[in-house]
Design a protein around this ligand. Structure first.
Ligand SMILES: [Zn+2]
Length: 105
């Protein structure tokens, strides 16, 4: 699976603002958009990488539009922390196999 990484993203900047966080990553389809962090810095944080790859897989499983709608619904109803997609991604941070076969470009 090929995962694209893009720095200096407006999407991620918006996510950082919403989450009141200094840096952020946001996934749309198979692309991870970064704000206030470099590709190298991001890739050196293995737990963070696993977390975002878990979101890429969620997109793959549900399909882009269905995932976005479902994610937004979940966030609206449960908030960010209790969003089931976030809970799953958090669990995947310690998954030793999730990055197997993943190529970052
Ligand atoms: Zn997440």
């Amino acid at each position: 699976m090929v995962v694209r990484i893009k720095e200096k993203s407006l999407w991620a900047r918006f996510a950082a603002y919403r989450l009141k966080s200094k840096r952020a990553a946001i996934v749309i389809g198979n692309t991870i958009y970064l704000h206030n962090t470099t590709k190298e810095e991001f890739l050196s944080n293995i737990k963070w990488v696993r977390h975002e790859v878990a979101h890429v897989l969620q997109y793959k499983n549900k399909g882009t539009i269905r995932f976005i709608l479902s994610y937004l619904m979940e966030s609206f109803n449960m908030g960010y922390e209790l969003n089931r997609y976030e809970i799953e991604a958090k669990k995947k941070e310690t998954d030793l196999h999730i990055l197997e076969g993943v190529e970052f470009i």
